[in-house]
Write a protein that binds this ligand. Structure first.
Ligand code: PMP
Length: 359
C-alpha cells in the first residue's frame, strides 16, 4: 500500500522486492542494493554500479565473511555453545564477528594492528569484544597480529581461530551470496562486462569472480591494488612475488602474499590496476559531493578502479565494484585537514571539494 501511494517520480522510495522481514541480525546480512553511480556513468558512457556493502548491519562487506567463518566453525564442530571466536583483523571482520558473536552467544577476541583507526577499536569494545591492538609488523614476524590470534586460540579451551585470510569459508560466503546477488541485480548473464575490487584477504574478489566467471558470459574480473601491495605486480609479472614496499591511506586492503582465499582465482584475473592515494582521496570527496555517498577509502579506490576499467572496456559496458564500508569509522582521519596534510594529499582534493575537510 505504502509503495503504491508514492508518486512515480520518486522510484527510489518504492522499496519493492527489497522490503523483507528477516530472522535476527544474521538474517540482515547481505541482500544489499546495487547503486548506479550516476555522474561517473554519464562521464564514461558506461554503467558503473557499486554494491552497497556498507548497508550490512556491521557496516561493511566483511559481515558476510564473518557469518561464513562462524557457520563453518559451527558446522565443523569446533565452535560450541558458549565458545570463543578469535581473529586477527584490520577491524571490519572483527566488527562483523563481534556482532554475530553477540547474536549467537559467543565471546569474541580480536587482535589488530595498532595503526588502525581509533573508531574501529572503540566500536569493537562497545560490541563486547576483547581487543588487543598490537604493533604492525610483517606477516613473516611471529608477533604479527594473525599469529598472535592463532596462539591465543591454542591456549583457550572451546575456542576457534577463524583464520579469515586462509580459511576459504570466507571466499565461499561471497561465492554463495555476493556473486549471485550481483548477477541477479544486473539482470543475469550478458548484462555485466566487468567486475573489479581491491583485496585484503581476497575473499570478496575471489568468491565473486569465481561465481561470475562460472555464470556470466564474457565477464572480465580485475584486481585493484593500493600502493604498497604486491598483487598487481604479481599478476602483471605472471606470478613473481616482490617485496612489500610503500604504504597507503586505504585501511583494510593491500596484501603481501597470495592468501588461500585468493589463490584459486589470481591466475584467472583478466587484469589489474594500482590506484594511487591521490586518486582515491579525490574520489572519496567526489562520491560525497556528486552522489551523496559517505564512503571509506577502499570504496573510493574501488570506484576509481571501476571508472578506469569502464574506460578500458569502452562505452556501453557495465562495470560493478564494491562499496566496502562508510566513512564513519575513519572520519577523524579522512575529513581532518591535519591528517590529510600529514599524508601530503591536500593538493589532490580539488578546490571546490575542500569545503568538506571540516575537522
Ligand atoms: N575494504 C575494507 C574497508 C576492508 O576492511 C576489507 C577487509 N579487510 C576489504 C575492503 C577487503 O575485503 P576482502 O578481505 O574480502 O578482500
Amino acid at each position: 500500500m505504502f509503495a503504491r501511494s508514492l508518486p512515480a517520480f520518486r522510484p527510489s522510495l518504492r522499496r519493492g522486492f527489497t522490503t523483507r522481514s528477516v530472522q535476527g541480525l544474521v538474517g540482515a546480512i547481505g541482500n544489499t542494493p546495487l547503486i548506479k553511480l550516476e555522474k561517473l556513468s554519464e562521464e564514461t558512457g558506461c554503467t558503473i554500479l557499486g554494491k552497497a556493502e556498507f548497508q550490512n548491519p556491521g557496516g561493511s562487506v566483511k559481515d558476510r565473511a564473518a557469518l561464513g567463518l562462524i557457520m563453518d566453525a559451527e558446522e565443523r564442530g569446533v565452535l560450541k555453545p558458549g565458545g570463543t571466536v578469535i581473529e586477527g583483523t584490520a577491524g571490519n571482520t572483527g566488527i562483523g564477528l563481534a556482532h554475530v558473536c553477540r547474536a549467537r552467544g559467543y565471546k569474541c577476541v580480536i587482535y589488530m594492528p595498532n595503526t588502525q583507526s581509533q573508531e574501529k577499536i572503540d566500536l569493537l569494545r562497545m560490541l563486547g569484544a576483547e581487543v588487543y591492538p598490537v604493533p604492525a609488523v610483517a606477516y613473516e614476524n611471529p608477533e604479527n597480529y594473525n599469529h598472535q590470534a592463532k596462539r591465543h586460540a591454542e591456549k583457550t579451551p572451546n575456542s576457534v581461530w577463524t583464520d579469515q585470510f586462509d580459511n576459504t569459508a570466507n571466499a565461499e560466503a561471497h561465492y554463495k551470496t555476493t556473486g549471485p546477488e550481483i548477477l541477479e541485480q544486473v539482470g543475469g548473464s550478458g548484462n555485466i562486462d566487468g567486475f573489479i575490487c581491491s583485496t585484503g584477504t581476497g575473499g570478496t574478489l575471489s568468491g565473486v569472480s569465481r561465481y561470475l566467471k562460472e555464470h556470466a558470459k564474457g565477464v572480465q574480473t580485475w584486481l585493484a591494488d593500493p600502493p604498497g601491495s604486491v598483487l598487481d605486480s604479481y599478476i602483471r609479472s605472471g606470478g613473481k612475488l616482490k617485496e612489500r614496499a610503500g604504504s597507503s591511506i586505504t585501511e583494510g586492503i593491500g596484501q603481501g602474499r597470495v592468501t588461500n582465499n585468493l589463490a584459486p582465482m589470481i591466475a584467472k584475473m583478466d587484469g589489474s590496476l594500482t590506484i594511487p592515494d591521490e586518486k582515491s582521496i579525490e574520489m572519496l570527496y567526489r562520491l560525497l559531493d556528486e552522489e551523496g555517498l559517505y564512503m571509506g577509502a577502499s570504496s573510493a579506490l574501488n570506484v576509481v578502479a571501476a571508472y578506469e576499467l569502464a574506460k578500458i572496456l569502452g562505452k556501453g559496458k557495465t562495470v560493478v565494484t564494491i562499496l566496502c564500508d562508510g566513512a564513519y569509522r575513519y572520519q577523524t582521519r579522512l575529513f581532518s585537514r591535519k591528517w590529510i596534510q600529514s599524508k601530503n594529499l591536500e593538493s589532490a582534493i580539488p578546490d571546490h571539494l575542500q569545503k568538506y575537510v571540516v575537522l
